[in-house]
Write a protein that binds this ligand. Structure first.
Ligand code: HEC
Ligand code: HEC
Ligand code: HEC
Ligand code: HEC
Length: 366
């Protein structure tokens, strides 16, 4: 009897030890990004890091072709954007675009079999033309955000017709009458499953709302913004952290979230990122709305739009900083527009990004 009890106890004891052992987290990997004592660091579960690495593998580049020989505009009939490329470069880019956006459907995702390649029959071709310009514009004019790695169609699309992470204007929840929940206090995917406002994107990544909402004095001095506004801002910050797989201290020193002097340089990148995304959504994505079929539109009839996650997809730099644009120089610069192109209507490019440093130091119009 005694031996049985001992045996039982040993088994239970061992089992519990094994069970608890299984619960233990693997030792985290830590990374420090601010001065000692500021707590500006992150702890990472190695398994999750492995997932991020697995999700960010770059496809092999198609062998380069020389930029010699006749130009696309000499041979083809309807090249409004890529006319300056040699025919070889043009064909290579068509093959790459097919790999990045429609690997299963092939060329016929944008062209109709049996019809000339010049026809603009499919909406996908018209959208793709705008996307080429959007990508070139990001690489040429938003060095302060994408400089280094650059952007190609693959950064967002990753082999899918529409990128996996896009957003629509959120019309709000249906709630029983009299139970107004102000579009919050429900778990919000946009805000990293917190119960913050469900759509921080419309105010900040489509509209021009000022992201400065923290008070600069200990007590309210009357010049601050509303609580609702702060919650929108916080929701956006949750989206930033979630999209990049980092915590708040990747950009801020938490003793003074507002202070640019104490923030990390990454916060300045993010500041430019907000402006870049706004431009993408307003100047490029929104103008495609009229061409899109109903199943590509949101509840309010708007096109699916870009946010930080569209490119970053959980990584501090999209594709962990791999530079694909060096292999596709034709996407690195805005192509000289063809004079007869009718596409430029309503899409004038900003000449510069304005004096951002002034806005950043004065704290905007808070
Ligand atoms: C994701 C959409 C997309 C896919 C996929 C695609 N194309 Fe295109 N194609 C375009 C766009 C956009 C243009 C017009 C470019 C411009 O206006 O400068 C174009 C133009 C062309 C033209 C020029 C026709 C003319 O006379 O004006 C040819 C040729 C062509 N594509 C071939 C191909 C081939 C071959 C494939 C498959 C390997 C392919 N395309 C896949 C979007 C696509
Ligand atoms: C910054 C992210 C981003 C980049 C870079 C990007 N796209 Fe897109 N793409 C989007 C979004 C968002 C949509 C959905 C909105 C729309 O259709 O206008 C989209 C939609 C499309 C569609 C329509 C697909 C469908 O089935 O409705 C095509 C085609 C396309 N992109 C081609 C391209 C090509 C080609 C490139 C590179 C030259 C490119 N995209 C680069 C974000 C991006
Ligand atoms: C990727 C960088 C980044 C991350 C991560 C980030 N922020 Fe921010 N934060 C910014 C930027 C950029 C601004 C300024 C936005 C603007 O001016 O348009 C800002 C603004 C703020 C402000 C307003 C400051 C003021 O002057 O009014 C607060 C508060 C704030 N963030 C809190 C947070 C919190 C809390 C987190 C974590 C949940 C966080 N942030 C994560 C980049 C970041
Ligand atoms: C069009 C694709 C794209 C979008 C959309 C985008 N980013 Fe980025 N971001 C990049 C690229 C590419 C880099 C890497 C640049 C480099 O090589 O240093 C980057 C780098 C960064 C960095 C610097 C990381 C580091 O460790 O140096 C921060 C912070 C950042 N992005 C924040 C944001 C935020 C916040 C948003 C949304 C407002 C955003 N990004 C939207 C493409 C994008």
């Amino acid at each position: 009897m005694k031996t049985l009890t001992t045996k039982l106890l040993t088994t239970v004891g061992l089992g519990t030890a094994l069970l608890l052992g299984g619960c233990e987290m693997p030792p985290p990997e830590s990374s420090q990004w601010g001065y000692r004592g500021t707590g500006m660091e992150g702890l990472y579960d190695p398994d999750r890091l492995q997932d991020v690495a697995d999700n960010n593998v770059v496809p092999d580049a198609i062998p380069a072709v020389p930029a010699v020989g006749p130009k696309a505009s000499d041979i083809y009939k309807n090249v409004q954007v890529l006319g300056d490329l040699s025919v070889g470069e043009f064909t290579r880019l068509m093959v790459a675009v097919t790999q990045w956006v429609s690997p299963e459907e092939g060329c016929n995702y944008c062209h109709v079999a049996g019809e000339g390649f010049e026809a603009d029959t499919l909406y996908t071709k018209k959208v793709a033309r705008v996307m080429i310009q959007m990508t070139q514009n990001a690489n040429e004019n938003w060095d302060q955000h994408v400089g280094g790695a650059g952007v190609t169609c693959y950064t967002c699309h990753r082999g899918k017709n529409v990128p996996e992470y896009v957003w629509n204007i959120n019309p709000g929840h249906k709630v029983a009458s009299g139970m107004k929940n102000q579009m919050q206090n429900v778990s919000s995917v946009a805000a990293g499953l917190s119960s913050l406002p469900v759509d921080p994107f419309t105010p900040y990544l489509l509209d021009d709302r000022n992201g400065r909402h923290a008070g600069t004095t200990a007590l309210r001095d009357g010049g601050g913004v509303s609580m609702k506004e702060s919650e929108w801002g916080y929701s956006l910050m949750m989206h930033f952290s979630d999209s990049l797989g980092v915590n708040c201290t990747y950009c801020h020193n938490s003793r003074a979230f507002f202070s640019w002097d104490e923030s990390a340089p990454t916060r300045v990148r993010a500041w430019h990122g907000i402006r870049m995304v706004r431009e993408m959504n307003n100047e490029y994505v929104e103008p495609t709305t009229d061409w899109l079929p109903p199943h590509r539109l949101g509840a309010l009839g708007d096109a699916q739009k870009v946010n930080c996650e569209t490119c970053h997809q959980g990584a501090y730099k999209p594709l962990l900083g791999a530079n694909m644009i060096k292999d596709y120089p034709n996407l690195a610069r805005l192509a000289a527009a063809e004079p007869e192109a009718d596409l430029d209507e309503g899409m004038d490019m900003p000449e510069s990004q304005g004096d951002v440093s002034a806005d950043m130091t004065t704290g905007g119009d808070q």
